[in-house]
Design a protein around this ligand. Structure first.
Ligand code: NAP
Length: 475
């Protein structure tokens, strides 16, 4: 936060959440010359960057390097970061309405979708998002215990990029993972892993897979894992062949080609096997005190009334013996206190980013905007969030120009700081995050790793000498 006191009428925007969509919105607002806008970013965790830190796989360092751009945005003199401050708990929408002309929700999709089948809640049946959060050292998942000893067969349900990440991390050797920023405890658990077979199951065919070309290619390039695709699984049914030809979907055509190139490869003697299966859906997870098997039904495709190829169950079933299951069937947004929510889609109802009081309603919640996954649902790559965030930020700018923004009582730096300090004395500034970042990088350098992450909020506060303040705050 700047040290100048500012004036009571400076234009100020609060962004809730510090992932890609939040940073792209901040960047667009900070670039405006007239009016000059002050941007404060609130984040529940002490650390910024959302899924880039807590979701992107540790072996995808290049994707993570986008945080350099976000740090540059954060260095702007009109930008402030309030980490360790939770919207809806420490500060409310009403508190923020007193200090900001606009509030932009950039909170992403913080939970997962379920399969809705029997046995889904058995021990050793997990959401992929739990495993992802755990291996990435996200404080919410620190206490999970993924014991992979005695686990020989794992099934990953879904064929999106998260499923690719999970299958790949399970298949990688400790040597491949060592240099990454994977959480220390996850590295150790994966070192002890006895996993031999990883089934990846798609409910539709290879032409409808949601993964992208580099991700499926990468599965065929692992140091100690073979990929197995049977001819039947890589072949196209008539509907898919016709659809691909008509749609000229280059990514899907390439996905199918890559999968077909795996058919003749055979086993090369590697210790692990990734087995890709298509047109199958789990119908039941079987087990006593933990997962023992999975019953799957063979599907066929049909064309629905919107021209989409959908899966339909046949009467053919198979039972796969498996020890652990990860459902990777998509993320889902969660409601924020006092903010409208459309439960069916798991999003905040909006029109081009302007928050609406209800889905399909026309009434706006003035001064409130939404960006990223909580706006459009969990889809797209990191870059997709840029035009998405700009669209919403532009709506704010248009509304502001028309006098249709919030009417804050006091937008001065010190009044905002007083609010945050009174609610969360141990809030973390961006400079403090940079100290944590340096420590993590140094701990990594000391051990030949790219970074050794802090994985609990307590550790982070302690490293910053803030534990006393925490105790004093009675938290
Ligand atoms: P996703 O891309 O939407 O994939 C979800 C998968 O789950 C699809 O294969 C879907 O099949 C399947 N599915 C949904 N419901 C199912 C059910 N009831 N039974 C069986 N399968 C079901 O979601 P995601 O993998 O969670 O990824 C989220 C977003 O993050 C995506 O846009 C992804 O590309 C992105 N991401 C990118 C990277 C990267 O760039 N490296 C890494 C991770 C994530 P249907 O198609 O049949 O619905």
């Amino acid at each position: 936060m700047t040290t100048t006191s500012g004036n009571a009428s400076q234009i100020r925007v609060a962004i809730i959440g510090s992932g890609p969509s939040g940073f792209y919105a901040a960047d667009h607002l900070l670039k405006q010359r007239e009016p000059e806008i002050y941007v404060d970013m609130y984040e529940r965790l002490p650390t910024p960057f959302g899924l880039v830190r807590g979701g992107v796989a540790p072996d995808h360092a290049k994707i993570k390097s986008v945080t350099k751009l976000y740090s540059r945005i954060a260095s702007h003199e009109r930008f402030s970061f309030f980490g360790n401050v939770e919207f809806g708990v420490d500060v409310s929408r009403y508190d923020l309405s007193d200090h900001y002309h606009g509030i932009i929700y950039a909170v992403g999709a913080q939970t997962d979708r379920k399969l809705g089948i029997a046995g889904e809640d058995l021990p050793n049946s997990y959401a992929a998002t739990e495993f992802v959060g755990w291996y990435n050292g996200h404080p919410d998942y620190h206490d999970y215990d993924f014991d992979l000893t005695g686990i020989k067969r794992v099934a990953v349900i879904g064929v999106g990029n998260v499923a690719m990440d999970v299958a790949r991390i399970l298949a990688r050797t400790p040597q491949e993972l060592y240099g990454t920023d994977i959480a220390d405890y996850a590295l150790e658990a994966l070192r002890q892993s006895e996993v031999e077979e990883i089934y990846v199951l798609g409910r539709r065919g290879p032409a409808q897979a949601a993964f992208t070309n580099p991700e499926i290619k990468e599965l065929g390039e692992l140091a100690d894992a073979d990929i197995i695709v049977e001819c039947e699984d890589a072949s196209l049914d008539e509907l898919s062949a016709a659809h691909l030809k008509k749609a000229r979907d280059r990514s899907a055509i390439r996905n199918v080609k890559i999968l077909q190139s795996y058919v003749d490869r055979g086993l090369t003697g590697k210790s692990r096997r990734i087995i890709m299966r298509f047109l199958v859906s789990p119908s039941e997870i079987i087990g006593g005190d933990r997962v023992e098997a999975m019953r799957v039904v063979k599907n066929e495709l049909y064309l629905d009334e919107n021209g989409n190829l959908r899966p339909r169950a046949t009467d053919q079933f198979e039972v796969f013996p498996v020890d652990m299951i990860f459902r990777s069937v998509g993320y889902r947004g969660v409601p924020l206190r006092d903010v409208p929510f459309y439960d069916r889609w798991g999003t905040i109802p909006n029109e081009r980013g302007r928050v609406l009081t209800k889905h399909e309603g026309k009434k706006r919640l003035p001064g409130n905007y939404v960006v990223g996954w909580i706006k459009r649902g969990p889809s797209g790559i990191i870059g997709t969030n840029k035009p998405d965030a700009i669209e919403s930020a532009n709506c704010f700018l248009e509304d502001l120009a028309l006098g249709d923004a919030l009417q804050p009582r006091d937008t001065r730096d010190e009044s905002v700081l007083a609010l945050v300090q009174s609610r969360e004395p141990t809030f973390i500034s961006f400079d403090e995050w940079k100290i944590l970042d340096e420590i993590e990088l140094q701990r990594g350098a000391d051990r030949g790793r790219s970074r050794v992450k802090f994985t609990t909020v307590e550790e982070m506060l302690e490293a910053l000498g803030k534990m006393k303040a925490l105790a004093g705050a009675g938290k």
